[in-house]
Design a protein around this ligand. Structure first.
Ligand code: M6R
Length: 613
């Protein structure tokens, strides 16, 4: 999950590439690097640094360098730790070839073995192997294109790379297999990047490299060809986007800003879905008749997106009466697959770039099944590859911990379940309107309850729980996947070991973990029967001197009394309980991490967009 950027043109490139990298740092922040050819004599100049981009910037300030052609990288380590040697760009022995890479070269061991003896390796990375191999191939083949095709034939795995060759100082060499890469077309200049947001504001004319293709770009030309060498026509898209990400609107962290944006984001998402009218069907790639005939739904995603789908399973099964499965993309790919013709596969991903989710989508598509992408990024690979798509309108999410993307996914899926129910005449148009209204109401509850509880969380609770070493999250029915999401939120930003369990499973093992020191977060439910079961679970915990933090609904006094700390929420439409509790849950996790003075927006070892398997 690294990011690559490149530039060739009439302008000095250092500042614009570093700016591009800062926009893409969400993809990885273990180390960073930059290389360019000097404007005077095409001499290779470079700087690499472990750590954040800011450290590379400091290095570049101390050792100024610039040119009209250059490449840059931020890294999320796959092979080798975060050191200067392992930072990109990587080079061949003579430093003729400089390469930045996002992906994993799966046969790098074999290739390295073949090259050892003739080449000197200085890093542990798979990428360095490509630099040495390409240099050898350039010596064997008459043209750069032929060497590149030979390279593509030798390497296996996922890659998006940009190569700078000192001997061709007017061009950048690009190749893409399964990892995203695009070209921005400017006036007498070309940009290349993992994500077009890197050059937003400079140009909106974008060529997304199709899978398994290469390109050679000069300041005023692009040659695009497939791995057999066939030239391909350029599909230039006008992408309407702006870079707004750096602003925190006065908040200390992006995560906090994004927590507070959720009401607006849910409104924007629901309003835009409601305004689609019959264009909904063409967008998701189904006719109305086909949508009525769907016999089952399968959601595929990872992390928070998977949790959103687990919550939505209740919507589709209860409201639209469609049997629904929710699959973890990373597992699904290696399990037996039984395609059902009238089934619909929905790949769910905030970024639309998650490698596991994309690969799962490709697998399903190859079986001839209908696919839909639900994502927050209109220009993402998932949108381009799925049969149809639906967008959430959360706006750019910068913090690694997903907040508004999660709540808008849940809101969009609630809306869609109701819309399918309407189409199947299970609900009336009035009930559809009521469902939309309920979403606006719950968005208000989400926001109001943060306001209600923020002082006690900041002043008392965050301090009380920040130094715990583990936490347990319990729920039942729809509050169980929400408990898993809450556990993920706390662990990823506070590094406190957190585990979500179905409350009913407590006595089958996890009860052994209960003691007075371990906070147990319990998420209630409005259904009286499920509520009673949760009360029983709370009693079991209290009988063992456990410590309970309960998220309850108005009138749930018994659970409230059992709790050491309770957050009380207004009653909302059935099945929208998780959305009501979302704001307080996220705010709580945020404050605990803040209390611990951790890098909340960029937690250790993680990246926003997980583009490797
Ligand atoms: O972009 P995606 O929704 O596909 O990302 C999937 C997960 O990597 C992501 O949801 C991750 O779990 C969150 N950052 C957690 O907050």
């Amino acid at each position: 999950m690294c990011s690559v950027v490149g530039y060739v043109g009439n302008a000095y490139c250092k500042d614009l590439l570093v700016e591009g990298l800062s926009r893409l740092e969400y993809r990885g922040y273990d180390s960073a690097g930059f290389a360019c050819l000097s404007a005077d004599d095409n001499r290779l100049m470079y700087a690499k640094s472990p750590g954040r981009l800011i450290q590379l910037k400091e290095l570049l300030d101390k050792n100024p360098m610039d040119g009209f052609i250059g490449i840059g990288h931020t890294r999320w380590s796959t092979h080798g730790t975060s050191t200067q040697e392992n930072a990109h760009p990587h080079f061949d022995c003579k430093k003729r070839i400089s390469i930045v890479h996002n992906g994993i070269i799966e046969n790098h061991h074999t290739l390295r073995g073949d090259l050892l003896g003739k080449h000197l390796f200085v890093s542990d990375t798979d990428t360095e192997v490509v630099a040495h191999l390409f240099e050898s191939l350039c010596a064997q083949y008459a043209t750069c294109k032929d060497a590149l095709l030979a390279l593509a034939a030798r390497i296996e795995g996922a890659y998006a790379f940009i190569i700078l060759d000192n001997e061709s100082p007017d061009q950048l060499i690009l190749a893409r297999h399964r990892s995203p890469l695009c070209i921005g077309i400017g006036e007498g200049q070309m940009y290349a990047a993992s994500d077009p947001i890197a050059f937003a504001g400079k140009t909106n004319k974008v060529v997304f490299l199709p899978d398994a293709t290469c390109a050679i770009i000069k300041k005023d030309s692009i040659e695009l060809f497939d791995f057999k060498g066939n030239f391909l026509p350029l599909e230039v898209k006008t992408v309407d986007f702006a870079w707004l990400g750096a602003e925190k609107d006065g908040h200390e962290h992006h995560m906090l800003k994004e927590i507070y944006e959720q009401k607006r984001a849910i409104h924007a998402t629901v309003s835009s879905l409601a305004a689609m009218g019959d264009t909904l069907w063409s967008s998701i790639g189904l006719t109305k008749e086909q949508s009525r005939a769907i016999t089952s739904l399968s959601f595929i995603g990872c992390g928070t997106s998977w949790h959103a789908a687990r919550i939505a399973q209740f919507f589709f099964e209860k409201i639209a009466r469609i049997p629904t499965r929710v699959l973890l993309a990373s597992e699904f790919r290696y399990m037996p697959f039984f395609p059902e013709q009238k089934s619909m596969y929905v790949a769910i991903s905030q970024s639309g770039e998650t490698a596991d989710t994309l690969e799962a989508l490709r697998l399903v598509k190859d079986m001839g099944m209908a696919t839909i992408a639900l994502t927050n990024v209109a220009s993402s690979t998932l949108v381009r590859e799925a049969g149809g798509f639906l967008l959430t309108h959360a706006g750019q999410e910068m913090a690694v911990a997903s907040t508004k993307a999660f709540s808008t996914q849940v809101a969009a899926l609630y809306w869609l379940a109701n819309r399918l129910a309407l189409e199947k005449e299970i609900i009336t148009p009035e009930q559809m309107q009521a469902a939309e209204h309920d979403l606006f109401v719950v968005a208000q509850v989400l926001e109001d309850t943060i306001e209600l509880y923020k002082h006690i969380i900041v002043e008392t609770l965050a301090k009380r729980y920040a130094h715990k070493t583990k936490a347990i999250f319990l729920g039942r029915h729809i509050s169980y996947p929400f408990a898993m999401e809450a556990a993920l939120k706390l662990k990823e930003i506070s590094y406190i070991f957190s585990q979500g369990y179905p409350a009913g499973e407590l006595k089958h093992g996890p009860l052994a973990l209960v003691d007075a020191e371990t906070p147990i977060f319990l998420f209630s439910h409005q259904d009286p029967l499920i509520y009673q079961k949760l009360v029983a679970n709370a009693q079991e915990v209290k009988a063992r001197s456990g410590h309970i933090i309960a998220f309850v609904f108005e009138g749930q006094d018994e659970l409230c009394k059992l709790a050491d700390q309770a957050f009380v929420f207004p009653r909302v439409a059935p099945l929208l309980e998780p959305l009501a509790m979302t704001g307080v849950m996220q705010f709580f996790a945020y404050q605990v991490a803040k209390e611990l003075e951790l890098p909340i927006d960029k937690p250790r070892n993680l990246a926003k967009s997980v583009t490797v398997e």
